[in-house]
Design a protein around this ligand. Structure first.
Ligand SMILES: *Cc1c(COP(=O)(O)O)cnc(C)c1O
Length: 463
């Protein structure tokens, strides 16, 4: 399988090069040139597979030129054996046709583990083969950082620099990053917001000279391999609840648009999906775009769902690429115009194409707490604030009450005790493997919101 850039200028690459390259050299994102498609018979067969078996089935076509079937089998088995629930991604029923898929049973208690536990293994496999080292730079709104550190910390081949916005992640999230101490792990708290961190990472890909010849890799969802791993659980949910005979809908708490984009890809690969609901918090540019074709950046605000405090959603570009008939030149122009503010909407016909699949809703902090409370009282089930936004958006946007609406529960409520307490619920206990988290030693460097300062720190700390 070949991968092409959304901006049409960078060379096409194979899987392993895409895995190690991150952002394309023209500033675009890599996507597969064409997608594998599963038949109804194959979907029927998926219903009886374990999570690891299904992951192998879905992922193999994307990687098979670089990773053998047997090697992939070992990687997915090891990855998902490390999850804390036998079903890996259990489905919980709240009501008739209202479901929650728990994606927080990995080591860091958020859905990012699904991709990053595998990504670490895939990268190691490629780097050992090539006898190469990789400097990884990642921006996190809270959950990617710890998941990336957990996924890469045992690798001798990667040096990991994680940028998080200073004082804008929850204490549990911060400690999950800063207490994982290792020679190849570097936590940087940037005195800015998530968009500042993400922008620094993208600029560093564009000019890597500060690495003195080193190569930069990505753990953010600009890396195709992350999307690829997340496609699996959409199939897992869909076939569990009746696909291919019955369609399903998903509501996805959305920040960088990576998770919901994986659902869109699952649909292109043959999963019968009726609706994809973009659930946002007060940082609602995607909701304004989806509902009113109005794409204008506002200032980022802090919310009780910090992992979604993102304005510029990288993966939205991958969807736009399809909406613009995969015309890289046209998309490069559109992205430049949207980013500079010269354009503030999509071409009407293309926007309407998106609306056939996607709907959206915005949920503010007060309503988020109300939903946590209501679901706790009525269904005896504790949602984290991100997942609560998903449930509410799924309810409001649901146009097909006869089919299952599945909300992706993206994090464990223990990561966000502030919202849980505000909702009048008892704060949950940290699981055993994290029970002493609040006492562990932290290691982190606070740096100015300045690309030069951050790059100088990185080049001084590469071993
Ligand atoms: C990362 C994250 C999101 C947003 O996912 P995207 O793929 O960036 O849209 C939502 N909820 C939680 C808990 C997250 O960690």
């Amino acid at each position: 399988m070949r991968y092409i850039s959304t901006r049409g200028q960078a060379p096409s690459l194979n899987f392993e090069d895409v895995l190690l390259t991150g952002l394309a050299s023209d500033g675009g994102l890599y996507v597969p040139e064409s997608l594998p498609k599963f038949s109804s018979e194959e979907l029927v067969a998926m219903a009886s597979m374990s999570y690891a078996e299904l992951a192998h089935k879905v992922i193999l076509p994307f990687v098979e030129e670089d990773v053998t079937s047997a090697e992939l089998k070992v990687m997915v088995e090891e990855t998902y054996a490390g999850f804390n629930h036998k079903a890996v991604a259990p489905l919980i029923q709240l009501d008739k046709n209202e479901w929650v898929m728990e994606l927080f049973h990995g080591p860091t208690l958020a859905f990012k583990d699904f991709a990053l536990q595998l990504l670490g293994r895939l990268m190691d496999h490629a780097l050992v083969k090539r006898d190469k080292k990789l400097v990884i730079m990642g921006a996190t709104s809270g959950d990617t950082g710890s998941a990336a550190i957990e996924g890469c910390r045992h690798s001798d081949h990667v040096e990991l620099f994680i940028l998080h916005p200073h004082e804008r992640v929850s204490e549990v999230q911060r400690r999950q990053m800063t207490t994982l101490i290792g020679d190849n792990i570097h936590n940087i708290a940037v005195q800015g917001n998530f968009d500042d961190c993400q922008q620094m990472v993208k600029q560093s890909f564009a000019d890597q000279s500060f690495l003195n010849g080193g190569q930069l890799g990505a753990v953010n969802s600009i890396n195709w391999a992350r999307i690829m791993a997340q496609i699996v659980y959409y199939f897992y949910a869909g076939v569990s609840l009746g696909a291919p005979h019955r369609s399903v809908s998903f509501s996805v708490p959305t920040g960088n648009f990576g998770d919901i984009y994986a659902g869109y890809i699952a649909m292109q690969m043959g999963l019968p999906v009726k609706q994809l609901v973009v659930a946002t918090n007060a940082n609602d540019i995607l909701h304004r775009c989806m509902s009113g074709n109005h794409y204008v950046k506002h200032d980022l605000v802090r919310t009780l769902s910090p992992s979604m405090d993102i304005m510029v959603s990288s993966n939205f570009e991958r969807l736009l690429f399809d909406l613009y008939d995969r015309n890289g030149d046209e998309l490069a122009k559109l992205m430049a115009n949207l980013n500079s503010g010269q354009a503030n909407s999509l071409d009407t016909e293309r926007w309407q194409k998106a609306r056939q699949i996607f709907s959206s809703h915005k949920v503010d902090d007060d309503l988020t707490c109300d939903v946590i409370k209501q679901v706790a009282q009525q269904h005896n089930y504790l949602l984290d604030p991100h997942s609560a936004i998903g449930v509410e958006a799924g309810r409001v946007c649901n146009q097909h009450p006869e089919i299952p609406m599945i909300t992706m529960a993206t994090a464990h409520p223990v990561k966000f005790p502030d919202a849980v307490i505000k909702a009048g619920q008892a704060a949950p206990q940290l699981p055993q493997h994290l029970s002493d988290l609040l006492e562990r030693e932290e290691r982190c460097q606070i740096l100015a919101n300045d690309l030069g300062v951050v790059q100088a720190y990185i080049s001084a700390h590469i071993q």
